[in-house]
Design a protein around this ligand. Sequence first.
Ligand SMILES: [Zn+2]
Length: 158
Amino acid sequence: MLSTIHTVDCIEVITRFRKLGISSYDVGSVLATSIAQRLVRRICKDCCKEREFTDKEKAEFERIGKRYDATFNLDGAHTYEPVGCEKCNNTGFKGRIAANEILSVDDDIKDLIISEGSITEIRKAAFATGYRPLIVDAFNKVIEGHTTLGEVKRKLAY
Ligand SMILES: [Zn+2]
């Protein structure tokens, strides 16, 4: 079964279910995958201005990379400054793109949920399976030139 629930991220879904009165046993037995997404505006390719990442922005990538055990490759990457044109109603952005994160509930995580493990413990186990929070995906979308750090900052409080 697929369902939608509003939470800050895909791990907090577990907290939400627990608060709804669903037993940890039931959550652990039933939850297979949890996906969270946040939409960020896509830079308008018709008017954006290409530029290098600033040192401050590079430091931001390093800080987030360190915090979430992620590697960002900025070699040869550029970023774009929103400008504004007729096609984007002078906003500098046109359309949206989803930043996402996926929690795959493996046996370790399942056991943690069932044994009333804390969200911190579950988060740690999730990291071991390769889970990374959506800020990491959002930052990669900045490197790929789809959006900007400013937009990511605006949409994802981090
Ligand atoms: Zn434009």
